[in-house]
Design a protein around this ligand. Structure first.
Ligand SMILES: Cc1cc2nc3c(=O)[nH]c(=O)nc-3n(C[C@H](O)[C@H](O)[C@H](O)COP(=O)(O)O)c2cc1C
Length: 393
C-alpha cells in the first residue's frame, strides 16, 4: 500500500523523509542536579531518528517555569551542552529534531520553585494537582505576573531559543497547549488581567505573539512551530467558553500571517460534547480554514487514522506519542504494516533505561516483564504485542 504517512514532506527548508512525527513527551529522565539531558536521553532520541520529525519532551525555559521533577531545562550552559549531544547523535543517525519550549505558569508549586510562588497571568488557583518532590500536591494561588515579569518571561523564551540554536536543534516548538502558561493567558477562566495581556481576544493572545516575535530574533519563524489544544476543559483551571473558539480562530490566522513552521493541533482528549467547539469534525480540519501553513495532527492516532487524515487533507503530518514510547522503529513497522509493542505506563516517568531505551525493534531483544491492561505478565514484548487500532482496521 502506498501510505501517505510514508511520503516525504518539505517543512520549510527541511525535507522530511516521511510524515510521521514523534510527539513531545515528558519522560523525567534528567535526574541530575542540573536537570541536563543525559547520554541515556541521547540514546532514546537516537533510537527514534527515522521519524520524519522528532519533537523533544517539553524543556523548561527558566527555573520559574518548572512544573515537574527530573524534566530537562534549556536555560543553562549545562543543559544546552546536554542537548548538543542529543542533536548530534540524532543528526548522525539521519534525523531532524525540534525542541519543545515549556513554561507551566500556575501549574507548579513552591516545592519546585525554591519556595517562590508560581507565576501566572492572574492570582487564580487552577485547583489541580502537580507532581513535585513530595508526590502529587495541590496547586496554590499563583502570583499574578507584573509587566516586568512578562517581559522577563518573554526574554526567557528568547534566550531558550538561542540555546536551542546553539545546541544544534533544527527548530523549536512552543508548548501553548494543555493548560500551561500560554493556555492560561488564552483562557478567560485563568486570565482576569486588565492590561494589554488580558481582556479582549487579541490581548489574551498577545503574550504568545510577543514571545514569537522575541524568539524570531534568534531563529527564523520558519523553524518555529506552535502546539495548541483548543479543547482543554476542566484541566489546569481552563474552561471552554463562548470566546474559546473565536480566540483560537483569531490566533491561527495570526500565526498564519507570521509564517511559522507549523501548527501542531491536538484533537480533544477530554469530552467536548455540549461545548461551543467544532463537533463531529476534527479540530485540524476546522483550523485549516484559518491557518495556511503545515498542520500536525495529534492525539490517539493509529496508522490507519494517520493515513486517513493525510489523505483527506486535514493535516500534513501526524504526531504519535505513546506508540513512539514503545516502538523506536515506528516508521519501519508502519512500512511493514507490522504489529506494535505495547507501551508500559508504569515506566513513563521513572528514572533509568527500563521502559525507555529497552523497547526492542522488530525481531530484536526482549524485556522480562510487561503489562497489558491491568494484567501483569512475565514474558517478552514479542509475546505480549497486540495489534494497535491501525492493524485491526
Ligand atoms: C508520557 C507522556 C508525556 C507527555 N508529555 C508531553 C509534553 O511534554 N509536551 C506535550 O506537548 N505533550 C505531552 N504529552 C502528550 C503527547 O505529546 C501526545 O499528544 C499524547 O500522548 C496523545 O498522543 P498519542 O495518543 O499518540 O499518545 C505527553 C504524553 C505522554 C503519554
Amino acid at each position: 500500500m502506498n501510505q501517505p504517512l510514508l511520503q516525504p514532506f518539505d517543512l520549510g527548508e527541511l525535507r522530511l523523509p516521511n510524515r510521521v512525527c514523534m510527539a513531545p513527551m515528558t519522560r523525567c529522565r534528567a535526574d541530575n542536579p542540573d536537570t541536563a539531558p543525559t547520554e541515556l536521553m541521547a540514546e532514546y532520541y537516537r533510537q527514534r531518528a527515522s521519524a520524519g520529525l522528532l519533537i523533544t519532551e517539553g524543556a523548561f525555559v527558566s527555573p520559574r517555569g518548572v512544573g515537574y521533577i527530573n524534566v530537562p531545562g534549556i536555560h543553562s550552559p549545562e543543559q544546552t551542552q546536554g542537548w548538543r549531544r542529543v542533536t548530534q547523535v540524532v543528526h548522525e543517525a539521519g534525523g531532524r529534531i525540534f525542541c519543545q519550549l515549556w513554561h507551566v505558569g500556575a501549574m507548579s508549586h513552591p516545592d519546585l520553585l525554591g519556595g517562590r510562588l508560581p507565576l501566572a497571568p492572574s492570582a487564580i488557583d487552577p485547583r489541580d494537582k502537580i507532581f513535585g518532590p513530595n508526590g502529587h500536591t495541590d496547586t496554590v494561588t499563583p502570583q499574578a505576573m507584573t509587566e516586568t515579569d512578562i517581559r522577563e518571561t518573554i526574554a526567557g523564551f528568547r534566550d531558550a531559543a538561542a540555546n536551542a540554536v546553539a545546541a544544534g536543534f533544527d527548530g523549536v516548538e512552543l508548548h501553548a497547549a494543555n493548560g500551561y502558561l500560554f493556555n492560561q493567558f488564552f483562557a478567560r477562566s485563568m486570565n482576569r488581567r486588565s492590561d494589554a495581556f488580558g481582556g479582549s481576544i487579541e490581548n489574551r493572545t498577545r503574550f504568545l505573539v510577543d514571545v514569537l516575535e522575541a524568539v524570531g530574533a534568534e531563529i527564523s519563524l520558519g523553524r518555529v512551530g506552535v502546539r495548541i489544544n483548543p479543547s482543554v476543559h476542566g484541566l489546569s483551571g481552563i474552561t471552554v467558553d463562548d470566546e474559546t473558539l473565536p480566540l483560537f480562530e483569531h490566533l491561527c490566522s495570526k500565526l498564519s500571517q507570521m509564517g511559522i513552521a507549523y501548527l501542531h493541533v491536538m484533537e480533544p482528549f477530554n469530552d467536548i460534547s455540549g461545548l461551543p467547539l467544532p463537533q463531529g469534525v476534527s479540530m485540524c480540519s476546522h483550523f485549516r480554514r484559518f491557518f495556511g501553513g503545515p498542520i500536525i495532527s495529534a492525539t490517539d492516532h493509529s496508522r490507519a487514522s494517520g493515513n486517513a487524515a493525510l489523505a483527506a487533507g486535514d493535516a500534513d503530518l501526524i504526531a504519535y506519542g505513546r506508540a513512539y514510547i514503545a516502538n523506536p522503529d515506528l516508521v519501519e513497522r508502519f512500512a511493514d504494516e507490522a504489529d506494535l509493542n505495547v507501551p508500559i505506563r508504569e515506566t513513563f516517568y521513572t528514572p533509568g533505561a527500563r521502559g525507555y531505551t529497552d523497547y526492542p525493534r522488530r525481531g530484536e531483544g526482549t524485556t522480562p516483564e510487561t503489562v497489558v491492561g491491568d494484567r501483569r505478565v512475565s514474558d517478552r514484548y514479542g509475546e505480549t504485542r497486540r495489534k494497535m487500532k491501525s492493524g485491526e482496521s
